[in-house]
Design a protein around this ligand. Structure first.
Ligand SMILES: NC(=O)c1ccc[n+]([C@@H]2O[C@H](COP(=O)([O-])OP(=O)(O)OC[C@H]3O[C@@H](n4cnc5c(N)ncnc54)[C@H](OP(=O)(O)O)[C@@H]3O)[C@@H](O)[C@H]2O)c1
Length: 254
């Protein structure tokens, strides 16, 4: 199988790193020379990665084409590219709809995927919509895949995939706060990352009991956890969080 990436940015690079850490059998991966630094890094590191200047050449040489450019670039370049109908297209672009992709490329085997940068270390989740055998074959090697047939429902997952920076900012704030309290940066960073890792691992292990119970079980009546949760709720922290998800969802579905 030859893969082609139109756009060699953050997510294309993460997928390629993940693929080479996996058992997926790949013949060649063609990447575009943009971004130049990332393309150079990838082609130096992996023998099977070849950089091409022309997007059309990437398409012609690949049986599976991954669209990994931003929505505005995608809209601009797709209309001038020619796709053989037998190809599979996997689009990572949130706001270009499946029907529009099919119309502008003439390809029927089109699917959208939402991998996140941690696929680089073969961590998921990865949403695929609709089901697509080839996309599943590729992505299931680099993270747990969730297949969603209904595109409208996949918009909700696109929305929740937008919490990454906000989540890391929680780690950042916790760490900065510890540093302000005279904890060494290295110790503060280690503590915050281990704390958040344990919270996430614990949530995965206890997912069957549900998050309502996890929230309840994490509070001693009148205790410190109860205090922080109460204060954040009073400050509408979670209402604002949900409002942001609504706003992102509105942006994606239009
Ligand atoms: N990052 C994520 O976590 C993530 C997750 C899922 C989906 N996505 C989606 O994946 C897409 C790419 O995201 P990203 O974060 O990887 O963005 P990015 O780092 O900005 O990558 C986009 C790449 O496209 C290149 N490009 C610009 N014009 C081009 C052209 N005409 N032909 C070929 N390549 C061109 C850019 O190169 P230059 O730097 O040279 O301009 C850049 O390297 C977006 O639609 C995003 O919504 C991202």
């Amino acid at each position: 199988m030859n893969l082609g990436f139109i756009g060699t940015g953050k997510i294309a690079s993460s997928i390629i790193f993940g693929i080479f850490k996996s058992s997926l059998k790949i013949n060649k991966i063609y990447i575009s020379s943009r971004n130049r630094n990332i393309a150079k890094k990838l082609s130096v590191k992996f023998k099977k990665v070849k950089t091409l200047k022309n997007n059309q050449d990437i398409i012609n040489l690949s049986s599976v084409v991954l669209l990994s450019v931003t929505p505005s670039v995608g809209k601009k370049i797709l209309k001038d590219l020619k796709f053989d109908k037998k190809k599979t297209i996997i689009s990572l672009i949130s706001t270009i709809k499946l029907n529009d992709l099919k119309k502008s490329t003439g390809v029927k085997k089109v699917c959208k995927a939402i991998p996140l940068p941690f696929v680089e270390n073969r961590l998921g989740p990865i949403i695929l919509s609709p089901k697509n055998k080839i996309a599943k074959r590729i992505f299931s090697k680099i993270g747990p895949v969730i297949e969603i047939n209904n595109e409208k429902i996949s918009f909700s997952f696109w929305s929740t995939s937008s919490i990454m920076a906000a989540y890391y900012e929680l780690l950042n704030s916790t760490t900065k706060w510890l540093i302000k309290k005279k904890i060494k940066p290295k110790t503060a960073t280690k503590y915050s990352s281990e704390l958040f890792l344990s919270l996430s691992k614990d949530a995965v292990l206890k997912k069957e009991i549900g998050f309502n119970k996890l929230v309840a079980d994490s509070q001693t009546p009148g205790g410190l956890n109860m205090q922080v949760l109460k204060e954040l709720k009073k400050g509408k922290f979670y209402d604002k969080f949900l409002k942001s998800l609504d706003n992102v969802h509105r942006r994606i579905k239009h």
